[in-house]
Design a protein around this ligand. Structure first.
Ligand code: ADP
Ligand code: ASP
Ligand code: MG
Length: 595
């Protein structure tokens, strides 16, 4: 008998009528012959209310007590949903995280799932119950209640679907699927029929709050198809699967995180080991860092900038201030009036001019880009918060995201191809019973014969990045990584990019012309460099990946020249002379995580 997991988010159980409607959906599925597990979130805005209540009592509530408090939201709704099902004449039983054996680690408010025991759920299903499980919560080894992080009920649902071997995981929410960007921000956004795990993972972690990013890590690891659909209608929504909608469109979606913060550590001694000190202090707090940019410094000093979510800013600044003397840096500054606007698409890796197209659209909208980082399937920019909506609209428009790509495949076409090719392998062949959410790496590799070009003293005004990368594109130079960041010296920025070593001469010539044209300070080059790539799933949320990477490089006395992170890869650009040893050491350091 087939098994379906149905997850209902807060708005889908916000009042009595909605609770009854959710109950009816589950009963209908059961009557159609499925075994049904429901995962339910706290009613409406209950979690926000509980957070506010805690804030009114204490400025710094203990993390353990916070999780104890927040978990009550889900406990209320599972009981009410089970009552509604019984009232409608079917059998149901509600279970807390502890009661479904959802074991997590002990990082309160960001707990990771270690294992789930399925016996009790299976037995209750066998007895004809609809099992109503509380989302978002678990217990640690000491039976303390933990929570998985905001939006974490999605992760509960996909995790349950994985361990129960469910045939489908349906996410019922207040939109009828995944859109090319948040439809509340841009009404012209288009609902997509299919989106790939990799793209959804990246979009979710860059601000598309429709799915919790860690739920997609599970889905990809265990190959669980997810159906995101409306709880208020019966129309089909969006399938999140391994396949992409289009084979050619460079961008599948755009995302914005309105409340981002830039942090800059000024005057960091330009010697190996400094990045390690900075980022391990932050990783210890389980804070995910994004958009790391290190400027090539003068007089042996560099500025290291990165972005964190606004909610994490206070803890980040505190962590850095504590170690400023240890690092030997001057000061730490921040700007919390910025937003991050990103585009994502697996096809962009094979195409040129995607970045310059985005930068041109932003320039035409008169948006000043303060920071840029790229990775194989995403481009992120930091812009002033007041311009974030204009920026999002401009990039959505330039990549024609409101139009269906001409080669877009429907879910039916993809489903047929999947049936013909029924043995799709899961990435993780064995379920790691005691470490479900452990880091999973798929490879560690080296790309040699790279070169770095850096433009310094780049004027901080709209249109410069567009001009730089259009000019480079016209010279037919293929650019791999791009980073642009803050220059502590005079408020200007510096732009670095990598190219094939064979293109270095041409790149320097072009860059020198650009430098003259815009009155920039100078052009610098890095020869004989390599790119180390660590690939896997959910690399950003596993905050220790970058720390382990920095540690291995530091131990060999290697300085990291550029770094780019995404959910799928961490790339570090280093000098080639010791890069082979770095590769060997990294393979040993990560041997337990390699799939
Ligand atoms: P739930 O409570 O059901 O988990 P959420 O509020 O977490 O619902 O997620 C649904 C919301 O996500 C939508 O109302 C929408 O505004 C927002 N959203 C953000 N990005 C996207 C996107 N790309 N596609 C669809 N919805 C999105
Ligand atoms: N109730 C939790 C939250 O609001 C979890 C969830 O809804 O997914 O974040
Ligand atoms: Mg949600």
């Amino acid at each position: 008998m087939s098994l379906i997991v149905q997850k209902f988010g807060g708005t889908s159980v916000a009042d009595v009528e909605k609770i009854r409607a959710a109950a009816r959906k589950a009963i209908r599925a059961q009557k159609q012959g499925h075994r049904v597990v429901m995962v339910v979130s706290a009613m409406g805005k209950n979690t926000d209310l509980l957070l506010k209540l805690a804030g009114d009592i204490s400025e710094n509530p203990p993390a353990r007590e916070m999780d104890m408090l927040l978990s009550t939201g889900e406990q209320v709704s599972v009981a009410l949903v089970a009552m509604a099902i019984e009232d409608l004449g079917s059998k149901a039983i509600s279970l807390t995280g502890g009661q479904i054996g959802m074991k997590t680690d002990d990082s309160f408010s960001k707990a990771r799932i270690q294992s789930i025991s399925t016996e009790r759920i299976e037995r209750l299903l066998d007895e004809g119950n609809i099992v109503v499980a509380a989302g978002f919560q678990g217990i640690d080894d000491d039976l303390n209640i933990t929570t998985l992080g905001r939006g974490g009920s999605d992760t509960t649902a996909v995790a349950l679907a994985s361990v129960l071997g469910a045939d489908a995981c349906e996410i019922y929410t207040d939109v009828d699927g995944v859109y090319t960007t948040d439809p509340r921000l841009l009404p012209e956004a288009r609902r997509v029929e299919v989106i790939s795990y990799d793209e959804m993972l990246e979009l979710a972690s860059l601000g598309s709050g429709v799915m919790h990013n860690r739920s997609i890590e599970f889905a990809k690891k265990f190959n669980v198809p997810i159906h995101v659909r409306s709880s208020f209608s019966d129309t089909e929504g969006t399938m999140i699967v391994a396949e992409t909608e289009s084979q050619t469109a460079p961008v599948c979606g755009a995302a914005m995180t309105p409340s981002e913060s830039r942090v800059t550590v000024l005057g960091v001694p330009d010697v190996p080991g400094k990045s390690l000190q900075i980022f391990s202090a932050i990783a210890d707090k389980k804070i995910a860092v994004d958009m790391v940019v290190q400027n090539v410094g003068d007089q042996g000093k560099a500025d290291v900038s990165f972005t964190v979510r606004h909610d994490d800013l206070k803890a980040t600044i505190k962590a850095i201030e504590n170690i400023l003397p240890l690092i030997g840096a001057h000061a730490v500054t921040f700007d919390d009036d910025v937003s991050k606007v990103s585009v994502v698409g697996v096809n962009m890796a094979q195409q040129t001019n995607v970045a310059s197209t985005m930068f041109r659209a932003l320039a035409d909208a008169n948006v000043n880009i303060q920071m840029i980082t790229t990775s194989e399937i995403k481009i992120s920019t930091i812009v002033p918060r007041s311009q974030a909506s204009d920026a999002l609209r401009a990039v959505h428009e330039v990549f024609k995201l409101h139009e269906k790509p001409t080669d877009a495949k429907s879910w039916n076409e993809i489903r047929e191809a999947r049936t013909e090719n029924a043995d799709i392998e899961t990435l993780v062949s064995r379920l790691q019973d005691d470490a479900l959410e452990a880091l999973t790496l798929t490879g560690i590799s080296l790309t040699k014969k790279q070169a770095r070009v850096t433009l310094r003293g780049v004027p901080d005004k709209p249109g410069i990045a567009a001009d730089v990368f259009e000019t480079i594109g016209k010279a037919e130079i293929f650019v791999d990584m791009i980073v642009q960041g803050y220059d502590g010296v005079d408020g200007s920025t510096s732009v670095s990019f990598t190219v094939n070593e064979s293109d270095l001469g041409k790149s320097i010539e072009t860059a020198t012309a650009i430098c003259k044209k815009h009155g920039m300070r100078d052009v610098q080059q890095g020869k004989g460099i390599s790119k180390i790539t660590v690939s896997g799933i959910g690399l950003r949320s596993h905050t220790h990946v970058a720390t382990v990477l920095f540690k291995q490089l530091t131990d060999l006395g290697i300085n990291v020249e550029m770094i780019g992170t995404s959910e799928l890869q961490v790339n570090a650009v280093v000098q080639s002379d010791k890069s082979d040893s770095a590769l060997d050491n990294l393979k040993i350091a990560f041997q337990n995580s390699l799939a």
